[in-house]
Design a protein around this ligand. Structure first.
Ligand code: AMP
Ligand code: ZN
Length: 109
């Protein structure tokens, strides 16, 4: 857990955020400022700053995040209509929260 990290606080239940899914590796919750009808964040429990900071030992975490993205897309009913799975990387890549997360965005008609 990292000090002054809002996603670490969310993971540790300090913000009262409802999880749509959780397991030992990751949690899934709704983005507070959705850009589409479905906008979820898939967030590893381990504090990793960004994709740039991934180590070999994090391979399983990343693959679980992507699989969770696929599973959550199905639960949200957007599998057929389609969706985006996005990692923003560092400031120039649009990252504003420096705790790794995967955006699941979709639900357009
Ligand atoms: P990024 O730009 O990739 O760092 O995305 C961070 C995302 O976190 C943004 O889409 C924000 O709307 C979202 N966000 C920030 N604070 C919260 C929060 N407390 N609960 C849920 N989502 C949040
Ligand atoms: Zn964190």
């Amino acid at each position: 857990m990292e000090k002054d990290c809002i996603f670490c606080d969310i993971i540790n239940g300090k913000m009262g955020t409802k999880f749509l899914y959780e397991n030992d590796t990751l949690v899934v919750f709704k983005d507070i400022n959705p850009v589409a009808p479905v906008h979820l964040l898939i967030v590893p429990r381990k504090h990793i700053r960004s994709i740039n900071d991934l180590e070999q030992e994090d391979k399983k975490i990343v693959s679980e995040m992507i699989m969770a993205g696929k599973d959550m897309a199905k639960k949200q009913g957007v599998t057929k209509s389609g969706y985006k799975l996005i990692f923003n990387v560092e400031k120039g890549g649009g990252q504003i929260i420096f705790h790794l997360h995967l955006h699941l965005i979709g639900g357009w008609r």
